[in-house]
Design a protein around this ligand. Sequence first.
Ligand SMILES: Cc1cc2nc3c(=O)[nH]c(=O)nc-3n(C[C@H](O)[C@H](O)[C@H](O)COP(=O)(O)OP(=O)(O)OC[C@H]3O[C@@H](n4cnc5c(N)ncnc54)[C@H](O)[C@@H]3O)c2cc1C
Length: 429
Amino acid sequence: MQSPLTVIIVGGGIGGLSAAIALRGAGHSIKIIERSSFLDEVGAAVTLFPNAVRILDSWGLDHAKAHFTKFRGIGAFSAQTLQDLRVKVFTDYEAKFGTPRVNAHRVDLHSALKELATTEDGPGSPATIQLSCPVVSYDAKNGTVKLADGSEERADLIIAADGVHSQAATHILGYNAPATVSRSTVIRFLIPTETILKDPLTEPLLESGPGFWSTYAAADRKRYIVRYPCRDDTLQNFGMYVLRDLNNTTEKAGFRLKADRNALRQAMDGFHPTLLALCDKAAEILPLWICAEREPLPRCYRGRMVLIGDASHPMLPHRGQGAAASIEDAAALGELFKDVQSSELEVIESKLKMFQDVRLNRASATQILSHENFFGDPINGPKQRLLKFLPESELCQNAGQMDAWFSQYDVVRDIQRTMGERQHATAAA
Ligand SMILES: Cc1cc2nc3c(=O)[nH]c(=O)nc-3n(C[C@H](O)[C@H](O)[C@H](O)COP(=O)(O)OP(=O)(O)OC[C@H]3O[C@@H](n4cnc5c(N)ncnc54)[C@H](O)[C@@H]3O)c2cc1C
C-alpha cells in the first residue's frame, strides 16, 4: 500500500483543478485552497490543442458532457469589406495528431475539471476544496501556508496555481517579478449561434459551418475580431482585439476594465455594418482584458513548493496555449509523483527539480511564441530569444511546424523518458 503524500494546491483555476486530478490519480491526498467563492470564472471560451486534449482524455474527461466543439478550420477576412483574405487553414487535428483540437466554454471546462477532481468515483481519494480563503504567505522549506483567517496549513507538497499575479512566485524567486502590460487588449462577448443564423444580415458570417473559426482584421492588422464556436456549436465566442501603443500607459497588466457596447463599437470603428450589427446581439459585453505577460522565470520550485500555470509562465492568448501549458504542468506532476511514498524533503526536491528541468524551457519557449498575434511573425522575430530555451534543431520554420510542435507534444512521455534516462545514468555511475 502506498502511503499518500499530503498536497495543498493554492488556486482552483484550470491549473489547480488539473493538478488535483493528476495527483489524486497518483494516489495522494489533495486539498485545494481557493481565494474566491468559485463564482469568478469568466464566461468566455478557450481553445485546447491536442497536447492538452490528450491529457484530458487520459483523465477520462467526457467531451460530450463538457460540450466540447471540434475545431475544423479558420479563415481570415477584411473587417472593412468582409473580403476573403485567402489565408484559410483547414486542419484535421485528429487525423494529423491522433487527438482533436476543441473549443470549450470556460465554465463548462472548469465544471468538468472540478467534477473529475472531487468525484467519489475517481481514482484515489477525492480532492477537497476550501473556498473564500486567500493564502497570504508561504514557507516553501517547511511546506506551510498561512491563510487570511490567521490559520496555518502544512503539507508534504505545495502546488501554487495562483495565477498571473502570483504571490507564490515572489516567495520562490525571493524577489517580485510582476507581470507586465502587453500591447494586446481584448473585449469578449458571446452570441447564440441561432441568433446570428436567424438574421439574414449576419447569417453569412457562419457560412463555413459548424466548428469553423473566422477572423476579421482591419487593414493595419492592429484591430481584429476572432470568432469561434463553443458549447456544442450553440454559442459563438468573440474576442475584439486591439493592439495599442504602450507609450505613457499607466494601466496594470491582467486587469479587467469595465467595457460596454459603446467601448466595443469604438474598437470596431470603420468595420463592416454586418460586424457592427453583432454588437447589438450580444446580451452581455465582458470586461476589457489588458493582456499580461512576463519574462520567463529562472526557476519554478523551491523546497516543497512548485509553481504551475499562469503563476509560472503567463503568456498572451495568441497561440491558445496558456491553459494547455497549465494542464501539461499538472500531468507532469502526476507522472513524477506516481511512485513517491517518501515525504522527505530531498525526495520532494529531486522530483521538483526534474519537473523544472522538463517544463521550464518548453514553457518559456511557449511564452515567447505566444507574444505575436495571428498576423505577426512569432517565429523569426524572437529567434535569438527562443535559442535560449530550445536547441536550433527544434526551432520551427513556419506556422505549420509550430502547430505540430504544440500539438504533437506528450508531456507524460517526456517525463517518463527523463526519469528513465536519469535512472540509467544513476545505475551506470
Ligand atoms: C483573453 C484570453 C483568452 C485566452 N484563451 C486561451 C485559449 O484559447 N487557450 C488556452 O489554452 N489558454 C487561453 N488563455 C489562457 C488561460 O486562460 C490561462 O492560461 C489559464 O486560465 C491559467 O490557469 P491558472 O489555473 O494557471 O490560473 P487562473 O485561471 O488565473 O487561476 C488562478 C486561481 O488562483 C486563485 N488565487 C489567486 N491568488 C490566490 C491566493 N492568494 N489564495 C488562494 N487562491 C488564489 C484565483 O482566484 C484563481 O481561481 C486565455 C487567456 C485570456 C486572458
